[in-house]
Ligand binder design. Structure first.
Ligand SMILES: [Zn+2]
Length: 97
Protein backbone atom coordinates (compact mmCIF):
# COMPACT_ATOMS: atom_id res chain seq x y z
CA UNK A 1 0.00 0.00 0.00
CA UNK A 2 2.72 2.45 0.96
CA UNK A 3 4.61 1.67 -2.19
CA UNK A 4 1.52 2.39 -4.23
CA UNK A 5 1.23 5.84 -2.66
CA UNK A 6 4.88 6.80 -3.09
CA UNK A 7 4.80 5.69 -6.75
CA UNK A 8 2.15 8.28 -7.46
CA UNK A 9 4.38 11.28 -7.80
CA UNK A 10 2.54 12.97 -10.64
CA UNK A 11 -0.52 15.05 -10.05
CA UNK A 12 -3.27 15.67 -12.55
CA UNK A 13 -4.51 19.04 -11.42
CA UNK A 14 -8.02 19.88 -12.52
CA UNK A 15 -9.39 23.39 -12.88
CA UNK A 16 -11.82 22.64 -10.06
CA UNK A 17 -8.84 22.10 -7.76
CA UNK A 18 -9.26 18.33 -7.67
CA UNK A 19 -5.99 16.44 -7.64
CA UNK A 20 -5.58 12.95 -9.01
CA UNK A 21 -2.25 11.32 -8.19
CA UNK A 22 -0.82 8.88 -10.70
CA UNK A 23 2.45 7.05 -11.24
CA UNK A 24 4.96 7.96 -13.90
CA UNK A 25 3.70 5.40 -16.42
CA UNK A 26 0.15 6.68 -16.18
CA UNK A 27 1.31 10.28 -16.56
CA UNK A 28 3.23 9.38 -19.73
CA UNK A 29 0.24 7.45 -21.05
CA UNK A 30 -2.05 10.35 -20.35
CA UNK A 31 0.28 12.90 -21.94
CA UNK A 32 0.36 10.73 -25.09
CA UNK A 33 -3.44 10.51 -25.11
CA UNK A 34 -3.77 14.28 -24.73
CA UNK A 35 -1.27 14.87 -27.52
CA UNK A 36 -3.16 12.32 -29.60
CA UNK A 37 -6.14 14.62 -29.53
CA UNK A 38 -8.52 12.76 -27.24
CA UNK A 39 -11.05 14.68 -25.20
CA UNK A 40 -12.11 12.28 -22.48
CA UNK A 41 -9.68 10.39 -20.30
CA UNK A 42 -10.05 7.71 -17.72
CA UNK A 43 -7.81 8.48 -14.79
CA UNK A 44 -7.85 6.24 -11.73
CA UNK A 45 -11.42 5.22 -12.38
CA UNK A 46 -12.61 8.74 -13.06
CA UNK A 47 -13.51 10.20 -16.42
CA UNK A 48 -12.02 13.60 -17.01
CA UNK A 49 -12.60 16.05 -19.82
CA UNK A 50 -9.47 17.48 -21.41
CA UNK A 51 -10.67 21.04 -20.92
CA UNK A 52 -10.90 20.36 -17.16
CA UNK A 53 -7.23 19.53 -16.89
CA UNK A 54 -5.13 22.38 -15.68
CA UNK A 55 -1.90 20.45 -15.98
CA UNK A 56 0.19 17.48 -14.97
CA UNK A 57 2.69 18.35 -12.27
CA UNK A 58 5.29 16.62 -10.18
CA UNK A 59 4.83 16.35 -6.43
CA UNK A 60 7.61 18.94 -5.98
CA UNK A 61 5.80 21.43 -8.18
CA UNK A 62 2.54 20.88 -6.34
CA UNK A 63 4.36 21.46 -3.06
CA UNK A 64 5.68 24.77 -4.44
CA UNK A 65 2.23 25.79 -5.64
CA UNK A 66 0.84 25.09 -2.16
CA UNK A 67 3.56 27.16 -0.52
CA UNK A 68 2.93 30.05 -2.91
CA UNK A 69 -0.77 29.79 -2.20
CA UNK A 70 -0.01 30.20 1.51
CA UNK A 71 1.90 33.35 0.66
CA UNK A 72 5.34 31.84 1.04
CA UNK A 73 8.14 32.90 -1.24
CA UNK A 74 11.51 31.50 -2.27
CA UNK A 75 14.57 33.70 -1.94
CA UNK A 76 17.67 33.69 -4.10
CA UNK A 77 19.22 31.17 -1.70
CA UNK A 78 16.45 28.74 -2.60
CA UNK A 79 14.98 28.87 0.90
CA UNK A 80 11.24 29.22 1.48
CA UNK A 81 10.10 32.07 3.73
CA UNK A 82 6.77 32.92 5.23
CA UNK A 83 4.84 35.80 3.71
CA UNK A 84 6.14 38.60 5.94
CA UNK A 85 9.54 37.14 6.75
CA UNK A 86 12.65 39.03 5.80
CA UNK A 87 15.36 36.98 4.17
CA UNK A 88 18.53 36.84 6.23
CA UNK A 89 19.94 33.86 4.40
CA UNK A 90 22.93 35.83 3.17
CA UNK A 91 23.99 36.44 6.79
CA UNK A 92 23.50 32.90 8.03
CA UNK A 93 26.18 30.27 7.44
CA UNK A 94 24.90 27.76 4.88
CA UNK A 95 24.77 24.80 7.30
CA UNK A 96 22.44 26.69 9.67
CA UNK A 97 19.90 27.74 7.08
ZN1 LIG B 1 16.25 33.60 2.32
Amino acid sequence: MNKQITDKIYCILLRSGIRIWVDKLKSIELTAQIRGGGNLFEIEGQVVNKSDISGIFTADKIDELDKEKRGMWKCKFNVWHNRYDICNCGMIPKELR
